[in-house]
Design a protein around this ligand. Structure first.
Ligand SMILES: O=C(O)[C@H](O)[C@@H](O)[C@H](O)[C@H](O)COP(=O)(O)O
Length: 236
C-alpha cells in the first residue's frame, strides 16, 4: 500500500541551540555540494527573531564563503539603520567570522517604496546562482512565510507557482511596513528548503495548515502544496 503523502517531515530538537546546530550543518552541506558542482552557491535566509542562534552558528561553518552569495527571503522596506531591517540582522549575526567572506545581496534599495525599488532589486538578484542551494523559511503566528501575508493585495501573484516574476512588493496590515519578497517558485525550487519554527504556538499553526484549507487563510500552505513533504526543524 502506498503511504499517504504527509505535508511535513518534522525534525524536533530540545532547544534553539539544537535546532541551530542541525540546521547550520544541513545548510552548510547544501552550500558545499553546490560549490563542488558549480563553483558558487546562493543562500536565502529569513529575518525576524527566530534565526538569531542559527545565524551565529552558521557563521562559523567551515565553507569556502567567498563562493557564497547570501540574500534574504524577504525584507521590510526600511534602511539598515532601522532595528526592523533584516539586512542589518544578517550583517550583525551571520556575515561575521568565516561567513564575512560571503557576498551579501540586500533587497532594500533606498527607493521610496518597494514598488519603486522592485526593478532594481530584481536586477540584483537575477544574477544570483540559481536555483538557491538553500532557503530557510520562517513562519509567523498568522501563517505567513516570507512576506506571503494573509490579506495582502499581491498575495495571489506572489504565490502563483507559474509567476515569471522573481520578487513581489507586499502591503498588508499585519506586515508592519511595506515589504519585498521572493516569489514562491524562486523559493521552493531550492536544492534544500527548510522551515525553521520554534514554540508550541507555531507548531499548532503548522498543524492547522497541514489539516488543509484555503491558502489565503494560512499562506504557508502554498509552500506545503509546492513541496511536500516539507522539512521542518522545530523546538518547543
Ligand atoms: O521579515 C520577516 O519578518 C520574515 O522574514 C518573516 O517571514 C519571518 O520569518 C516570520 O515573520 C517569523 O518571524 P519571527 O521569527 O520573528 O517569529
Amino acid at each position: 500500500m502506498t503511504p499517504p503523502i504527509t505535508p511535513i517531515a518534522l525534525n524536533a530538537y530540545d532547544d534553539s541551540a539544537g535546532v541551530a546546530r542541525a540546521l547550520a550543518a544541513h545548510v552548510a552541506e547544501a552550500l558545499r555540494r553546490r560549490i563542488a558542482r558549480d563553483g558558487t552557491a546562493s543562500l536565502a535566509v529569513s529575518g525576524g527573531r527566530t534565526p538569531l542562534v542559527f545565524f551565529e552558528t552558521l557563521s562559523g561553518a567551515p565553507i569556502d564563503w567567498s563562493r557564497v552569495a547570501v540574500t534574504l527571503v524577504d525584507e521590510r522596506w526600511v534602511p539598515e539603520t532601522s532595528d526592523r531591517s533584516n539586512a542589518a540582522l544578517v550583517r550583525h549575526h551571520l556575515l561575521k567570522g568565516p561567513a564575512a567572506a560571503a557576498r551579501f545581496v540586500p533587497l532594500y534599495t533606498g527607493a521610496a517604496t518597494p514598488e519603486d525599488g522592485l526593478a532594481e532589486a530584481a536586477g540584483r538578484v537575477a544574477a544570483l546562482p540559481s536555483p538557491f542551494a538553500a532557503v530557510v523559511l520562517g513562519m509567523g503566528d498568522d501563517g505567513h512565510t516570507a512576506s506571503f501575508f494573509p490579506g495582502a493585495e499581491t498575495l495571489a501573484a506572489a504565490i502563483d507557482p507559474a509567476t515569471p516574476e522573481i520578487l513581489a512588493a507586499v502591503r498588508a496590515d499585519a506586515a508592519g511596513e511595506p515589504r519585498i519578497t521572493f516569489t514562491l517558485p524562486r523559493l521552493v525550487s531550492a536544492d534544500t528548503l527548510v522551515l525553521h519554527v520554534e514554540g508550541m504556538t507555531k507548531r499548532a499553526v503548522l498543524e492547522r495548515a497541514c489539516a488543509g484549507g484555503p491558502v489565503e487563510e494560512l499562506p504557508i500552505r502554498s509552500v506545503l502544496r509546492a513541496r511536500a513533504p516539507l522539512d521542518v526543524m522545530w523546538c518547543p
